[in-house]
Design a protein around this ligand. Structure first.
Ligand SMILES: C[S@@+](CC[C@H](N)C(=O)[O-])C[C@H]1O[C@@H](n2cnc3c(N)ncnc32)[C@H](O)[C@@H]1O
Length: 370
């Protein structure tokens, strides 16, 4: 450590992981001024100490293995709290991003070029700006930019979509295949479509390719609106799609022949724009969608709800609750198609929620007015 000011201490290549860990646990912020790669190593070393600390809170069984106790819901909530605590502590290792010649710049030894990735995530660097951000956030910005450049394969499109920083990415393609299959058999040419929570615009693109007339797509995340617009234009379907920022419903059109929604599927408070795609406090968006869908369907129109049942396996929502919300919305179930996620978490047996995750099924619920 070379200098200290209030709650922020400068940390550099001379700072040991133990010293950094002790400072962070006391609530100190560490401003990293050492070598970029040593900074990454320090984060890993602190993370390992946090893992050990968390493991000490679990009991040992007779054969010496650590045992995690509680219901799936309790384990899930504890895991989320633990991740939030970890993110908060690691997030106090910070770096200063500076403006240089109109671009973002990181003045650390062996630092990578950050101008393009930071420009993508934060926009242009204002003159003489200095922005202090968590080192972990910078790693996220750099990683997300690589995904943005590389794109994500979407077999149903035979093409890629390019997720922006902070936008839900369709890395699990099986739900996209599910929408594609149902659209192939049920979407009639020229039908009007509303697609709520469009993210990268992937489902809107699939629906246009399957013959939708006009698609109006919405998202509450402004980054998603920009991202979907760019993807839809690049895929050559932009002329048949309008993308608007809205909380569920666009102001126009009011109704459509098909309304598609792949909502955040886990009850919980989102902690970032990206988590807006996964977590939804009290299943608010899902409940409002089901309560309001009937008013947004043309006569004979259908709502296609894409929903994972993981929340049910975790004990955070019941099937009965979901069916009650459908009935209370004046809706009936016209059919349901299921698919099993192939995402890597299913395979992680060391995850205490492995059993719940391995039972996960994603369904496309076809809903019509009762
Ligand atoms: C599971 S992601 C699905 C994204 C995309 N449709 C797909 O299938 O890949 C859910 C999306 O819904 C958006 N979202 C969450 N709450 C919303 C709301 N109240 N109104 C509109 N969009 C919302 C999120 O920002 C996210 O893009």
């Amino acid at each position: 450590m070379t200098s200290t000011s209030g709650q922020t201490t400068v940390a550099d290549d001379t700072t040991t992981a133990d010293a950094a860990f002790a400072q962070l646990r006391r609530g100190t912020t560490l401003l990293w001024q050492g070598d970029f790669h040593n900074g990454r190593q320090l984060i890993k070393a602190v993370d390992r100490r946090l893992t050990k600390q968390a493991a000490r809170k679990t009991r040992k069984t007779e054969n010496g293995k650590r045992q995690v106790r509680g219901t799936a819901a309790e384990l899930f909530l504890r895991q989320r709290e633990e991740r939030a605590r970890r993110a908060e502590i690691l997030g106090r290792i910070v770096v200063d991003l500076e403006e240089k010649d109109g671009h973002w710049f990181l003045d650390l030894r062996r630092a990578p070029e950050v101008a393009e990735a930071c420009g993508h995530a934060y926009g242009a660097a204002p003159r003489q700006e200095c922005r202090r951000i968590p080192f972990t956030e910078l790693q996220g910005v750099l990683g997300a930019y690589q995904w943005h450049l590389k794109g994500v394969d979407v077999p149903a499109l035979g093409d890629k979509v390019y997720p922006d920083y902070g936008v839900f990415s369709p890395t699990r393609s099986e739900y996209v295949d599910l929408v594609d299959e149902v659209a192939a058999s049920s979407l009639k040419s020229g039908m009007s479509v509303l697609e709520l929570g469009t993210g990268t615009g992937v489902l809107a693109a699939v629906l246009v390719r399957r013959g939708a007339g006009q698609v109006t797509a919405t998202d509450v995340n402004p980054r998603a609106v920009v991202c979907a617009r760019a993807n839809l234009d690049r895929l050559g379907v932009g002329e048949r799609c309008e993308v608007v920022e809205a909380d569920l419903w666009p102001s126009a059109p009011e109704t459509a022949d098909v309304v598609v929604f792949n909502p955040p599927w886990l009850p919980g408070t989102p902690t970032s724009e990206l988590e807006l795609g996964i977590y939804d406090a009290s299943s608010d968006a899902l409940r409002r969608f089901l309560a309001e869908l009937a008013d947004h369907l043309t006569d004979g129109g259908e709502g296609w709800l894409v929903l994972s049942d993981l929340a049910e396996h975790l004990g955070l929502r019941t099937r009965e609750q979901l069916e009650a919300w459908i009935a209370e919305g004046g809706l009936q179930v016209l059919g349901r198609e299921d698919t099993t996620p192939r995402h890597p978490k299913v395979l992680r047996e060391d995850d205490p929620l492995h059993v719940a995750r391995s039972r996960e099924v994603t369904s496309l619920w076809r809903l019509g007015r009762a």
